[in-house]
Ligand binder design. Structure first.
Ligand SMILES: [Zn+2]
Length: 958
């Protein structure tokens, strides 16, 4: 292996990579970035790169890119446009294929790869309409075809791919096609003012990325402005609808589609390069924090993240784990941060991701790509070849040759990935050829030889991987230097010297076994690593063992029994496997068995986390916390629920946030359970002689405009299908298609699954035992056109007083149950007092919302309707509902509600400077010390806390 790359390279005359033009401009750039990168990309071609990375890229080219059915899987859809019909989630991802193809053609220099890429481009352009439309179904009135589904998603990556083809080939035709695509998108892009806009469906993941690329090669500001200022996204909750400049989001909002979020973070780093607006890095900082913060980040041991495409902290390895799109964008975005910050600690993550999540997402022969790459249980291939993940996977692989070396502004070279390579660099006008020889990732010995006609002064940096305990560095025959990777600033060691022809640098990075301490659901278990490679137990080499031990994560592996890896070519050439001994009993007793550990790329891999007899002493293997998940925490997982400003609290701080008064109506307490009796109307009295009545409305619009005939009273004629909760109120003959309400108390007639669903898996996790009876448990929506109405008609006396309505909702994490509070002044006039959606705030496994509404005396109206419906399309939204009405409410003296102001200032950071309170909250009542009191929800822990801050203090949550 070591000699392969040299054999390829030695006969060739290598041109030094010229550094023409301003620092760090990409090929064909006409725009100069405003923020110079600390590290600048260097792209290697196949002649220059060797080792496992090159082998993997070539495998993918030969077995996948050159083998897939371009016509059948992609191009025919664009030629024939027969896809209309099912509007949901139709997507092929041809732009991603073309983008990868352009890079792979440039990498291999193979005319066959180039011809295939040109074929995609030509055929795609041939299917284009005169007005620039490209897509897989026909144009519709007002270009609605672009606004419905994922046609635009195709176009945004086609746009990107055409620019990158131009970058790779220099072919002006490609740029001309890119402009046509870009202009078409500009012309037809749906905006919130566009009546066709349906932001619930479109996906804009690659839109700004492509437009910024187009700006960089054209200088046409329309593309920049579109990328930067036009709100992209959707309103389905995947990400918020916002422009790149204003886009900031946290994970407490569900769902959080990691691919889309990382793509936006990446685009923001690109925009930052062009404009220098510091706030564009806010979202990246937040994402980095949530993924990499010490001991808590959501990054997985394999170097990817996501569960079911969404963000997760739980470290679960089973199921829809590590979407390949996410893996691809982790690499792209982290590489972007690495270049901006010049910090090679990011490289530790890059190599973990590359050798584990990325390579394992492809069959060893290169043919098949995975959508998800779990590390517990079976892995599947996505045999479609098309769709998002296969496309983004190819792109990520095609970009790997850009991550080996970087240039530094002072003419230096930075080495990130250890691999066989031979690259000629232009250093101050001189050619310096650097030859890297290594068996990496099999061992950590790296030999670097510098060739230069004349001696040249240059700072050479190499990454100091933190999995390595100590690096022995030797230059020529000089005394060795011991380098402690944990001590190195920015994750690298700098050799600043005058380099002579034939100078040799040797790095010895011993690859001993080390154990990575599991976190969250992997607590008490360890993963076995050697260097950056995670090892696993796979079916192919452990068939007998797995027959005895179906749950391999319960195996207890004895660290001293771990053997040195031996060569095993069954998965990859020069692959490794290792033998160890393990107990089958979780308590480490009884029979000991042989296990074989294989590299994580093993397609039969089943598990990577195991037990050890004693976590306190795992010698001789070193036990370490994940060195990648080690960033200092910068943010807090909290929301400001309420903020009050005024005189210092004298009594109980918590009481200042509570509503205390006389309860006149309490939905859960007043509720009467039909308790199995049939024909009971859903009507009962409140505490003061007022009335509750429940009904269901199927009106396709705002409830309060419902025709009388649309409102159906609920009664207990039937047992709602699937309801475990005794006889429930519902509509006759509607099975579970319309809503019902039911009490919480479990009964003998419960159906197990529903009990779990309602209680153990959801509300029992967020509500203390004492609180549970304060809620009415209901399942409002199985049909998004249906609304459940809880109507409160106060007794005649109550509306003469000031009434305070307060409520709390919990629902499962669907698209968001929404509660609207509507006041009916009389039988005909009504107004919406507030809309509260449970998707905005998460507590444990539930979304939640709280509200307080104060209704002055005589403004209470005739009825108050609490209208519960599903804001999205999720078919199951079990809900716990607390609604109370109070009179004679005690008000905290002179406290001003400043919730909105504080929320606007607060960015979930550990310390948020608020500035002078008097300016921030305007003048408050005179006299006395003014403090800020905040009620905070720590959403990951599900804990509510109360704080009082002295005058003008920062909101300090450390
Ligand atoms: Zn995907």
């Amino acid at each position: 292996m070591k000699t392969t790359v040299l054999a390829i390279c030695c006969g060739l005359v290598l041109a030094a990579s010229a550094q023409a033009g301003p620092w760090c401009q990409a090929a064909r750039d006409v725009v100069e970035p405003r923020v110079p990168d600390q590290f600048c990309r260097v792209t290697l071609n196949q002649q220059e790169l060797g080792g496992e990375i090159d082998r993997r890229v070539r495998n993918l080219v030969d077995q996948n890119y050159m083998a897939v059915d371009l016509d059948g899987k992609w191009l025919n859809h664009f030629r024939n446009r027969t896809d209309r019909g099912d509007r949901q989630y139709v997507y092929y991802g041809i732009g991603k294929v073309l983008d990868a193809g352009s890079l792979l053609a440039a990498y291999t220099g193979d005319p066959k790869v180039a011809a295939r890429t040109q074929y995609i481009l030509d055929e795609l352009v041939r299917s284009r309409d005169a007005d620039g439309y490209l897509g897989f179904w026909n144009v519709e009135p007002e270009n609605r075809q672009d606004h419905i589904n994922w046609i635009l998603h195709e176009q945004e990556y086609i746009n990107l791919a055409l620019v990158r083809n131009y970058r790779c080939t220099g072919n002006p035709q490609s740029l001309a096609h890119a402009k046509i695509m870009g202009n078409y998108i500009l012309k037809t892009f749906p905006t919130p003012r566009n009546p066709c806009y349906d932001a619930g469906q479109i996906c804009t993941a690659g839109l700004p990325e492509g437009m910024l690329e187009l700006y960089r090669v054209t200088g046409d500001r329309r593309y920049l402005d579109f990328a930067a200022d036009v709100p992209h996204g959707n309103n389905r909750g995947e990400i918020q609808l916002a422009s790149l400049r204003t886009w900031e989001q946290d994970f407490s909002r569900r769902p959080c589609h990691v691919y889309v979020m990382l793509a936006r973070c990446y685009a923001q780093t690109e925009l930052y390069r062009l404009t220098g607006e510091q706030n564009l890095l806010d979202m990246s900082q937040f994402m980095r924090n949530e993924l990499l913060k010490k001991g808590e980040g959501g990054m997985l041991v394999t170097g990817s993240c996501s569960e079911g495409e969404h963000f997760t902290y739980n470290q679960n390895g089973r199921g829809a784990i590590g979407e390949s799109c996410v893996t691809a964008y982790v690499l792209r975005w982290i590489d972007s941060l690495l270049r901006l910050e010049g910090d090679l600690r990011y490289g530790d993550l890059l190599e973990r991701t590359i050798y584990n999540a990325l390579f394992a997402a492809n069959s060893p022969d290169g043919r098949w790509i995975r959508y998800f790459t779990p590390f517990s249980g079976d892995r599947q291939y996505d045999t479609r070849d098309y769709f998002c993940c296969c496309g983004n996977y190819r792109r990520a692989m095609a970009e790997l040759p850009q991550k080996v070396y970087y240039r530094t502004p002072e003419n230096g070279i930075a080495l990130n990935l250890f691999t066989n390579a031979k690259k000629a660099f232009d250093v101050k006008g001189q050619t310096v050829t650097l030859v890297q020889e290594t068996a990496y990732p099999n061992d950590g010995d790296v030999k670097l030889t510098f060739f230069s006609e004349k001696p040249v002064a240059m700072a050479f940096r190499f990454r100091t991987p933190r999995w390595c305990e100590r690096i022995t560095l030797r230059v020529n025959n000089e005394a060795p230097v011991i380098v402690d990777p944990l001590e190195q600033k920015l994750g690298c060691y700098v050799l600043d010297r005058t380099w002579k022809d034939g100078d040799v640098v040797r790095l010895a990075m011993p690859m001993a076994w080390w154990l990575l301490r599991g976190r969250a659901v992997q607590d008490g278990r360890v993963a076995f690593l050697r260097g950056p490679i995670v090892y696993c137990i796979g079916k192919d080499q452990n068939a007998g063992l797995l027959a005895k031990c179906p749950e391999p994560r319960n195996l207890v592996i004895d660290p001293p029994s771990l053997g040195e890896p031996i060569r095993d070519d069954s998965i990859r050439p020069n692959g490794l496997k290792a033998a160890a001994r393990a107990w089958l009993n979780p308590d480490g007793s009884g029979e000991k068995v042989d296990v074989t550990l294989t590299e994580f790329i093993d397609p039969s891999g089943q598990e990577v986390y195991f037990r050890v007899p004693n976590l306190a002493d795992t010698s001789p293997a070193r036990l370490m916390d994940d060195e990648i998940v080690s960033w200092p925490n910068e943010f807090v997982n909290a929301h400001v629920l309420k903020a009050l400003y005024g005189p210092k609290a004298t009594g109980n701080l918590r009481a200042m946030f509570e509503i205390r008064g006389d309860v006149v109506a309490d939905l859960a307490a007043d509720y009467v359970n039909p308790d199995g009796k049939a024909g009971v109307k859903a009507e009962f009295r409140d505490a003061t002689g007022g009335r509750w009545s429940f009904s269901n409305c199927k009106n396709r619009g705002l409830l309060s405009t419902a025709e009388a005939g649309d409102v159906k009273p609920l009664n207990s004629q039937f047992k709602a299908f699937g309801s475990p909760l005794g006889y429930a109120y519902g509509l006759e003959n509607q099975r579970d298609e319309l809503g019902f309400v039911s009490n919480y108390a479990p009964s003998n007639r419960q159906e197990e699954a529903w009990r779990n669903h309602y209680t153990e898996q959801m509300f029992d996790q967020v509500l203390s035992v004492a609180e549970r009876n304060e809620f009415l448990y209901t399942h409002p929506i199985s049909d998004t056109e249906s609304y459940n109405v809880f109507r409160w008609t106060p007794s005649a006396d109550v509306p003469k007083k000031e009434v305070t309505l307060s409520g709390t909702i919990f629902s499962n994490l669907g698209n968001g149950v929404e509660l609207r509070v509507i006041r009916w002044s009389d039988g005909a006039r009504h107004e919406v007092l507030g809309t509260f959606n449970t998707k905005d705030l998460t507590v444990g496994k539930c979304g939640t919302a709280e509200f307080v509404l104060r209704l002055p005396a005589s403004e209470v109206g005739k009825h108050i309707d609490f209208v519960l419906h599903n804001a999205g399309s999720h078919s199951c939204d079990a809900t716990a509902l607390k609604i109370r009405a109070y009179i004679h409410v005690e008000r905290s003296a002179a406290q001003t509600d400043v919730t909105e102001t504080v929320q606007a200032k607060f960015h979930n950071r550990l310390v948020t400077p608020l500035g002078p309170y008097a300016e921030l909250f305007s003048a408050a009542a005179p006299g006395g010390e003014k403090t800020l009191k905040v009620k905070l929800n720590y959403w990951r822990e599900g804990v509510v806390k109360y704080l009082e801050l002295p005058q003008d203090a920062a909101l300090d949550l450390r």
